[in-house]
Write a new protein. Sequence first.
Length: 364
Amino acid sequence: MSRSKPPELSRKPSRAGLNLKNFILKDENAVYHECGYSCDNAIFLSLAGRKFFLTDARYSIEARELCKDTEVIEVERNLIKDARLFLRKAGVKELSYNPYDFSAGEWEALSKGLGIRFKARANFSQISRIVKSEDEIKILKRAAQLGAERFDEFAAFVRASGEGMSEEELFFNAELIFKKKGELALSFSPIVAINENAAKAHALPSKKRLRQGDLLLLDAGVKFNRYCSDRTRTACFDENFNFGKEQNFKNAKQQEIYEIVKEAQALAIAAVMPGKKAREIDAAARDFIAAQGYGEAFFHSTGHGVGVDIHELPFISKRGDTVLKEGMVFSVEPGIYLPGEFGVRIEDVVVVREHGAEILSEQI
C-alpha cells in the first residue's frame, strides 16, 4: 500500500475503553489511525503512553515529517529482528497484539524467548475505532460526496460512450474516472457487471458488451484522507442512463426485483437506532426480501463498518450482536441475485445518530 498523509483533524484518544498500556501494531490502516502515517514496512509500538514508529531508511524521512506525537526509529537490518531488540532494550514486561497482524513466522521471530507476557487481543484496533469521532465523520462524508460525484461522472461517460463496451472496458474506464486523474485512491477495485454477471456479488469483468435495455451494476468507492467511501447502484442502460434510485427497467422482472431491494434498503435504514442490535437492522431487510419469496437469493450480510478499512466493525449480519451506538458508520446493502439472469444491489453508507440513520452522501 502506498504512503499516506495524515488528515487535518484532531485525533480522538487511542484505545478508547480498552485500557491497553502497551501494544504493538503492524496493519497499515491500524498504524495510520494511531499516528497519521503508515507504509508497507513498519511496526508501531505504544509503550506506557509513548509512541514509536519503526521503519527503514526508505520511509524514515517522510515518517518523521508526518507521524504525530510519535518517535520514529530507523531500523538497520530486519524490521522484525530490530523490533525484537527494541522491545528487549525497553524492558517491556507485557504487550497486547492482534494475532491477525503477523504471519506465524514473523510472530515466532519477534516473540520467541523474549520473556514478555504477550496478550492476544483480536482486532483490538478495529474495536477501539468502531465509534467514529465527529472529525472522522466529516472526512467520511467528504469521501462519500467525492464517491457520489464519481458515480455521476461515470454515468455521463456511459451515456455518451458506453454502448457496445465490454465489462472489461467499462471497468478500465471506471478505475480512471474514480481515480480522478490520480487525485483519489480507490477503496477497492470497482465491480462493473451486466445482466447475468450482476448475479455474482463480486463479479469479475467479462467480455460481455453493454446494450440498450441492459441492467448495469456498479459497486465502487474512493478514499479521502485515507477514509473510504462505498456505494452500489443498479441501473437500466438507456438514453437517460443515471445512477439515481428511481429506475425504469425494460424487463418487468428486473423492475420487480429492483423495487423489492430498494424497499428492503429503505426499511433497514429506517430501522437504525442507537441501542438496537446489528442483527435487527439485517432482519429489517432480510425479512422483507424473504416475504417477497426471494430469501435464498439474498446470501450476504446487510452491511459492514466503513472507516480507514473498507470492511471493519460493526458487521450488520444475521448473527451481529453489536449494540449500535451514535457515531458508528456502516453500509446498508441488501441484494437479490438470480444466477443466469441478473442481480440487484443498492448500497449507501450511514452514520448512527441520536434519532436514527444519516446517509453520508445525502448530508454534505
